[in-house]
Design a protein around this ligand. Structure first.
Ligand SMILES: *Cc1c(COP(=O)(O)O)cnc(C)c1O
Length: 573
């Protein structure tokens, strides 16, 4: 394997969505990690990434005729793009040695600069059968011991891997979410000094609710770790139970949230800690539709390296923009027709909702008063939904059923079409965010740390209609006419609202503003499309990585990422 001893930063993440045929991600967190690494490779950031692989993938989603989700393990294997590392490492679980091996993949930037990713797995000859099976599934909520050991693989075996590959002296260890917190324990063992660990660790928190933190009972932790824990573990990780997020926060010298609003929430979740924020972004090169790319390429040469150029979107011709969007819409509807029994109509305003299906994201919010939605939408609006729910999330499964029932009802009573597309993944996401006319985002206020799918939509000229939450609050501060919002604006850390009044707000917006503008004032609609695109001059991972580089990694002047070639980085605000 190549020598990576110029590396300064290691980035640890439970999931990294490298591309769609490496299915080891569940949603936004993994996609964000992937986007970040793609931008880091373009910007020549001396970074190496560590993640796990899951032999069953996340899963393939099939839905039966009345809306029940079935999950099938994916059949996939590493291809020859991956290099199997010859050396493996050993960690101890339940007092037994367990081998961890690793696949190596390089993300290569346009200049040829490589960001290596180490993907760890335990399916190794010589391991006991249950160990081989350990990394089969992502986020097992029913067997905490599996999750605990997976996180040991990420944090402890991860650091050992870097060590044996000549990266034992990195400046920064970036823990992306609390899952990676065991990195701190391995470093503590090596450095024997808490301050030294803190000087090297950076922690990004991604959840706004304590229930989002991984918590393990000390009984379990002691059983699995045996004598490998520091004696003061309860001071570091919590008195009653081991809290991964608190362990990470207590041993990191820099902590950041992922949006401005999420910082305020996180300050309450981590009392006494100083918390910065670096708002998420997207890698524009990965998420732009072919038609928009062509359009932007013509006007903004090199814009994928300098997404800030999108702020000049008014140089783009409105008719050309509309035409490019229609092409993306036809692509989506083409796909849709061969994957759903609900045949959509290209002339109608098409609203899209796609992301993980989970309670707080409220996929069924707009069906609260279904007859009202039917009356408003009749002959005017159609909907496309997509999203997987975690195989162990029964409530999520019920939500998918509810969408199917609503689809049936709206068709029977109002001839309103609601399609559900199976198996939401990055490919389908890319088609949807570009091909619908309006992107719907419905998180219950304050529960979305950031969200990124709305940025992908904006990039493709698809404005959002969203509750006030996550990144969108900042987007609306920049330009309140770049999309639409419903429901209340959060005050500090709280938000007084209920689903019913949020839904009423939405209906009123759809009926009185969105539908009339789409059909009767096309120029104003196209203006919103442009304003949406302009937001991405800021909400992209090039800007985000630059912030991590300066604030979290404190990279000194690095000719490699601030060379003449990349002077533009300085020009981004
Ligand atoms: C971008 C993306 C997400 C994140 O969606 P949010 O609306 O930000 O939660 C989830 N899944 C896939 C496949 C994505 O591409």
């Amino acid at each position: 394997m190549d020598n990576h001893n110029d590396r300064k930063i290691a980035y640890f993440s439970m999931e990294i969505a490298i591309k769609s045929d490496i299915p080891t991600y569940s949603g936004g967190l993994g996609v964000l990690s992937g986007d970040m690494l793609l931008s880091a490779a373009e910007m020549e950031i001396p970074l190496v990434a560590v993640a796990l692989t899951y032999s069953g993938g996340y899963f393939y989603q099939v839905i039966d005729h009345d809306g029940a989700q079935f999950d099938k393990p994916l059949r996939w294997e590493f291809t020859d793009e991956f290099y199997k590392c010859r050396k493996s490492v050993v960690i101890n679980v339940y007092g037994k040695p367990m081998k961890v091996q690793c696949w190596h993949y390089n993300i290569v930037g346009k200049t040829g600069y490589e960001v290596p990713i180490f993907l760890l797995e335990t399916n190794v000859d010589g391991n006991e059968d249950w160990m081989k099976d350990l990394c089969r599934m992502l986020y097992d909520s029913q067997r905490p011991e599996i999750r605990l050991m997976q996180e040991m693989v990420l944090g402890i075996a991860g650091v050992k891997f870097l060590d044996i590959h000549g990266m034992e002296n990195l400046e920064t260890y970036h823990l992306n979410e609390g899952h990676a917190a065991f990195v701190t324990l391995e470093l503590l063992k090596k450095l024997k000094n808490i301050q030294k660990v803190k000087d090297r660790c950076v922690f990004t928190t991604h959840t706004p609710v304590p229930a989002g933190f991984d918590i393990f009972s000390y009984d379990l932790v002691h059983n699995v770790f045996h004598d490998q824990l520091p004696p003061n573990i309860r001071d570091l990780a919590g008195h009653d139970a081991l809290n991964m997020a608190h362990l990470a926060a207590n041993l990191s010298g820099y902590i950041n949230a992922v949006s401005k609003k999420h910082r305020v929430i996180s300050e309450v979740l981590f009392p006494g800690k100083t918390i910065d924020y670096i708002t998420n972004g997207i890698c524009v090169d990965r998420w732009v539709s072919p038609y928009m790319r062509e359009l932007y390429d013509r006007t903004f040469r090199g814009w994928v390296y300098r997404p800030d150029m999108l702020k000049n979107i008014y140089q783009i011709n409105s008719v050309a923009l509309w035409t490019a969007h229609q092409k993306a819409k036809f692509d989506l509807l083409d796909y849709e027709k061969s994957h759903s029994h609900v045949l959509l109509d290209a002339k109608l305003l098409t609203v899209g909702w796609g992301r993980r299906i989970t309670e707080y994201k409220r996929p069924t919010l707009i069906f609260s008063d279904i007859d009202r939605l039917g009356r408003i939408s009749q002959g005017k609006v159609q909907f496309i939904f997509a999203g997987k729910t975690h195989p162990q999330d029964n409530y999520g499964k019920q939500l998918i059923k509810n969408i199917y029932d609503a689809s049936e009802y709206l068709w029977q009573n109002y001839r309103v079409r609601v399609a559900f597309l199976e198996n939401y993944d990055m490919d389908l996401a890319k088609l949807m965010v570009a091909g619908v006319d309006l992107w719907l985002n419905t998180p219950r206020c304050t529960l979305e740390a950031s969200g990124t799918s709305g940025m992908k939509a904006c990039l493709n000229g698809v404005p959002n209609c969203s509750s006030f939450d996550g990144w969108y609050i900042e987007g609306m501060e920049m330009d309140s006419e770049a999309g639409w919002t419903f429901g209340p604006r959060p005050e500090g850390t709280s938000c007084t609202t209920d689903d019913k009044s949020d839904a009423n707000d939405f209906y009123q917006l759809l009926e009185n503003e969105i539908i009339p503008m789409y059909y009767e004032r096309r120029n104003e609609w196209i203006d919103r499309m442009k304003r949406a695109i302009k937001l991405v001059s800021y909400f992209n991972t090039h800007r985000m990585v630059r912030e991590y580089a300066t604030k979290a990694y404190q990279l000194e002047y690095q000719p490699r990422w601030k060379s003449v070639k990349f002077k533009w980085i300085d020009s981004i605000k």
